[in-house]
Design a protein around this ligand. Structure first.
Ligand SMILES: [Zn+2]
Ligand SMILES: [Zn+2]
Length: 301
């Protein structure tokens, strides 16, 4: 029993030390057209809605994925995003944008940069106006055909629409959602003169990788206000699975002249330094010890 407790203590110590020495890779600063190029995921969920991770784990995961910024956008609640932002500030993580996916049967829309929760029972016009009054940007989330009856008449009021989403890779989520319909929503709106910004977002819940698709945001810095300003001014570029670009024409030109290499998607951290190796080894041994000594106790008792 004492051995098992000792192993559990070493395991806990290893986890704490291992986390403390786990340094995130430094993100290089890249400039294009006079702006810093940021890789931003504008759509993610926590366990307080229908996601899997806590807001804290989501922040750490975004850092591992080399995201400059992440919007936490749970369904009709704001506090997970506020928790994530406070935690990220404390640990020096990526910029967290406070969002809400205002979710109804007839549409999903993102308000990003909110200070207080928006009531999803309001009519869509009012939802958009209230978000704008708070200084937030409004994004039409995965605007597939079943949401068009309300999202098409409102498209002149949105700041942006999701053009790229993991459903482009074939995950139809059983509801018959089609990526082509999302793209059509954006392209039709642009063709009819509505100045919608382009957004790519992973709609992260659990299985699809966080940041698997990202919006390139061209901002003065990675600060919250500068990112929101860039979104308001439509300074974004998005690439689809075939490498086609969408978004701000001048910035797409700048990227054609001087292409931008997206960061690696994989978490390629393998541990460096003696402390990391020592506590990783101790941690595995202690874990084995907990099972070993735990089992023997059951068998003899
Ligand atoms: Zn949604
Ligand atoms: Zn969502």
């Amino acid at each position: 029993m004492r051995l098992k407790l000792g192993c559990a203590a070493v395991l806990a110590l290893s986890a704490v030390v291992g986390t403390a020495v786990d340094e995130a890779p430094q993100i290089p600063i890249t400039m294009r057209a006079g702006y810093r190029v940021l890789e931003v995921d504008l759509h993610s969920h926590t366990r307080f809605a229908d996601g899997f991770l806590s807001p804290f784990d989501l922040v750490l995961h975004a850092r591992r994925k080399s995201l400059d910024a992440l919007a936490i956008t749970d369904h009709n609640i704001l506090f997970p995003a506020l928790m994530g932002r406070a935690f990220s500030r404390a640990v020096g993580g990526p910029t967290i944008l406070v969002g809400e996916e205002v979710t109804t049967r007839d549409y999903h829309v993102h308000a990003i940069g909110l200070t207080s929760r928006i009531d999803a029972s309001l009519p869509l016009d009012r939802v958009i106006d209230e978000a704008h009054a708070q200084g937030a940007v409004m994004i039409a989330a995965h605007p597939v055909k079943r949401f068009w009856p309300l999202l098409v008449p409102a498209r002149h009021k949105f700041d942006a629409a999701e053009v790229m989403h993991p459903i482009a890779f074939g995950d139809r989520r059983g509801g018959g959602w089609s990526w082509e319909e999302m793209r059509t929503y954006y392209e039709d709106a642009r063709a009819e003169g509505h100045n919608l910004g382009a957004v790519a977002a992973s709609d992260y819940h659990f299985f699809s990788p966080l940041g698997v698709v990202r919006t390139l945001v061209f901002a003065e810095s990675d600060g919250e206000e500068h990112i929101l300003e860039a979104l308001r001014e439509r300074r974004t570029v998005v690439f689809d699975a075939n490498g086609n670009a969408y978004g701000n024409a001048a910035l797409m030109d700048a990227l054609r002249r001087e292409p931008y290499q997206m960061r690696a998607q994989d978490y390629n951290y393998r541990g460096n330094g003696a402390l990391d190796v020592l506590f990783r080894t101790l941690g595995f041994m202690a874990l084995a010890g907990v099972f070993l000594f735990g089992r023997r106790r059951v068998r003899t008792g």
